[in-house]
Design a protein around this ligand. Structure first.
Ligand code: C2O
Ligand code: CU
Ligand code: CU
Length: 464
């Protein structure tokens, strides 16, 4: 049981300055929820923010009534009854969305219990706000936290643990000179990118990289193997990460897990692309870095300040009993084959017109909570063919999936394992396969560029 009070506070993120935030429990990131597989956790959220909120556990296998449907609001004390009074596009909160209300909205006032069964493969999940039209600004202001599911089988593998297991929530933010967050960014270089006719159509970027809420942190540790559990919680920024020693060598990034848990066997990368909402479970061996030196985590896609992410200062040698990476990891990965699929669906993720302006559409339509886009009988296996115009990290609620093909070819090395978000690159298509099981009810799929999501790129998935 957890109790989280959503409230406004301020924190010293940049030295000497106070940054006003919206938080889960007074901190950014919010409190980390530690869960065991199969043991339900109830999280009571109390809303003391000035706006309605919605909590979604990303990657969670969650009954629909706790999945945080975008109009299933927790209202603050002084807020008129939703949905008629949804502020829509008036802009005072900085939202960029469709401004439509849902006749089926369920709301509660001040507090709500969310129940998470944790009946799923162990992995790093995260919870974040999911209110219709306002997910991006709420996430930007700080409404995000981690939720880790573990089980005995994973514990028995002897992976790096304790101080050698480090979750890294990576985000970018933009600040004013007095330390406040700016949304969308005030910096024209970040806001107005080539070919973008509306300021934040491509998604909002910041020029300060935060790891677990701190700008470019330096973490002091020893030369052991470390399990780095990466999450890109940025609204729109893509990273391509590598680990570099001071003498310019690149350390191997040994991937042991994907969004939805451990791989069957480790996959070694020299650098790793990480799209918004993706998680990668890595083991990095710092033994090659001399004591006293730094290992830098560098973003190859960054320019200027956003090339740096964080650093590890290797202060001590590795302990004599350093952990190892087992050659075999998970044995329970679903092995859906093409022949198992009872149907195939196509979805195009493209820019288009919405409410007389620019929007982001799935299959030519912007999100409408009153329309069911996809109906799937519980237990059916399907192949979805996704195609993108520009970069779109596509996320499905409820289920994990395997990537069958990318751009008509076999998937890339980092597509291994069970995913809940697939990063479609510009002009690219991908085929994914999944079995829709777990729970019946209304779920979502959407682009996890948070601005794209708010600007319509979301659809309803009903499991019946
Ligand atoms: Cu991370 Cu529908 O969300
Ligand atoms: Cu999700
Ligand atoms: Cu997108």
């Amino acid at each position: 049981r957890y109790e989280i009070v959503q409230r406004e506070t301020s924190a010293e993120i940049l030295p000497g300055l106070r940054t006003p935030l919206w938080t889960y429990g007074g901190s950014f990131p919010g409190p980390t929820i530690e869960a065991r597989r199969g043991r339900p956790v109830t999280v009571t959220h109390r809303n003391e923010l000035p706006v309605p909120t919605v909590v979604h556990l990303h990657g969670g296998r969650t009954p629909a009534d706790s999945d945080g449907y975008p109009t299933d609001l927790v209202l603050p004390a002084a807020w008129p009854q939703a949905p008629q009074a949804m502020p829509g596009m008036d802009g005072h909160e900085g939202g960029t969305g469709t401004g439509m209300a849902d006749p089926r909205a369920v709301t509660s006032r001040l507090r709500r219990d969310y129940t998470f069964p944790n009946d799923q493969r162990p992995t790093l999940l995260w919870y974040h706000d999911h209110r219709m039209d306002f997910t991006a600004p709420a996430l930007w202001r700080g409404l995000a936290g981690l939720h880790i599911v573990r089980d005995d089988a994973e514990d028995a593998l002897g992976l790096p643990a304790g101080p050698h297991e480090i979750p890294l929530m990576i985000t970018d933010r933009a600040f004013t000179a007095d330390g406040a967050l700016t949304y969308p960014s005030l910096d024209p270089a970040l806001r107005d990118r080539p070919g973008v006719t509306e300021p934040h159509l491509a998604g909002v970027l910041g020029d300060v990289v935060l790891v677990n809420g701190a700008p470019w942190p330096v973490h002091e540790t020893d030369a052991a193997r470390h399990r780095l559990r990466l999450l890109n919680a940025s609204n729109a920024r893509h990273y391509e990460l590598e680990a570099r020693t001071e003498d310019g060598r690149r350390l191997d990034l040994v991937q042991i897990g994907a969004d939805q848990g451990l791989l069957a066997a480790p996959v070694t990368h020299r650098s790793l692309p990480v799209a918004p909402a993706e998680r990668y479970d890595l083991v990095v061996d710092f033994a090659a870095a001399p004591v006293g030196s730094l290992v830098r985590i560098v973003n190859r896609l960054g320019t200027g300040r956003t090339r740096d992410v964080m650093a590890f200062r290797i202060a001590r040698p590795a302990p004599a009993d350093d952990s190892r990476i087992p050659p075999r990891l998970a044995t329970d990965l679903p092995d859906w084959r093409r022949e198992d699929a009872v149907r195939t669906r196509d979805f195009a993720f493209r820019a288009g017109r919405m409410n007389g302006g620019h929007g982001w559409l799935i299959g030519g339509r912007p999100f409408d909570p009153a329309r069911t886009d996809v109906t799937v009988p519980l237990g059916d296996t399907e192949i979805w063919r996704l195609i993108a115009d520009v970069h779109h990290p596509v996320h499905l609620h409820l289920v994990g999936f395997r990537i069958l093909t990318r751009g008509g070819r076999p998937p890339l090395p980092h597509d291994a394992g069970l995913k809940d978000t697939v990063s479609l690159r510009p002009g690219e298509s991908a085929e994914i396969i999944t079995r829709f099981d777990g729970y019946r009810g209304r779920y979502l799929f959407h682009c996890h560029n948070a601005e794209h999501e708010d600007m319509g790129m979301m659809a309803n998935l009903e499991v019946v």
